[in-house]
Design a protein around this ligand. Structure first.
Ligand SMILES: [Mg+2]
Length: 277
């Protein structure tokens, strides 16, 4: 989750101004900002907190809760780069899911991996976070592949195990080095989750993973928001100094402090439910 936010902020200045290299400087640009990836991740985190507090078990009620929270957070944090279809959906109170297979279901799902006690629970909840909008099979797969990869990384999975898990959803025939030079803009789940996972697999540490995600080009903030939490989980957290440098981007001037609360509560629940940080 911190990895989602860091990836989102770092990538925010490159989404429409791609930079195809890893050694870009500074790592956190002064013009960077949080975008829809962070906002909707906080909505998922808040939903999971409410599910726990209220003891919710009914799938339909949980989907309805996520739908309400996606709308509420989108209206509370306007102008954060929401996709056109998503914004139309969010502005119509009872609009049905629109069969999206875009990468939005993957970018917002990371809290599920920290919340879940088992891989089965992770896959179930990932599906439920997708359903309000991304009820296309590829939209659901993007959420499950991302959440499952993070879950395995959190619970000691190796890179080979994480790769094999993601390949249940998406083939990964090429390496990062083979894909990076020619990778182009892609907003669908499969074309975003695949390279995001490859950036993680090729990385040496958290920052390296984010740098590799950005160097792909394309939908930079969202790719990095997907690579980030996998790397965070695998490398045992994000570097504290980097998190402290990222927090001001969610500070008073951008009014993003509720977004920090949305993920902090899930770290606490993770500790409570899974017995570790
Ligand atoms: Mg974004």
């Amino acid at each position: 989750m911190k990895g989602t936010y860091i990836g989102d902020v770092v990538g925010s200045v490159y989404e429409f101004n791609n930079i195809k290299k890893e050694d870009f400087m500074p790592f956190l640009h002064e013009s960077a900002f949080f975008t829809d990836d962070s906002v909707l991740t906080a909505a998922v985190g808040t939903g999971l907190y409410m599910i726990e507090e209220l003891g919710m078990t009914d799938d339909d009620e949980i989907v309805e809760l996520f739908a309400k929270l996606y709308r509420a957070y989108t209206l509370s944090f306007p102008g954060r780069g929401y996709g056109g279809h998503f914004l139309c959906w969010a502005q119509r109170e009872n609009a049905p899911a629109y069969n999206s297979c875009g990468n939005g279901s993957a970018m917002r799902v990371s809290p599920v991996a920290w919340y879940a006690e088992t891989l089965e629970e992770c896959e179930r909840l990932a599906r439920l976070t997708a359903l309000p909008t991304h009820n296309h099979p590829d939209g659901i797969a993007g959420a499950q592949a991302t959440a499952g990869a993070i879950f395995l990384a959190l619970h000691g999975g190796s890179k080979a195990e994480i790769k094999a898990y993601v390949e249940k959803y998406y083939a990964l025939p090429k390496t990062y080095a083979e894909v990076q030079p020619d990778y182009d803009w892609e907003s669908l789940c499969d074309g975003t989750v695949q390279p995001a996972v490859l950036a993680f697999l090729a990385s040496d540490d958290f920052e390296d993973a984010i740098r590799k995600a950005i160097a792909l080009g394309g939908d930079s903030d969202t790719i990095a928001a997907i690579t980030g939490p996998i790397a965070e989980a695998y490398y045992g957290g994000v570097p504290e100094e980097l998190w402290q440098q990222t927090l001001p981007y969610f500070g008073d001037s951008q009014d993003g402090e509720p977004l920090i609360d949305g993920i902090e509560r899930i770290y606490a629940l993770h500790e409570k439910r899974c017995g570790k940080k």
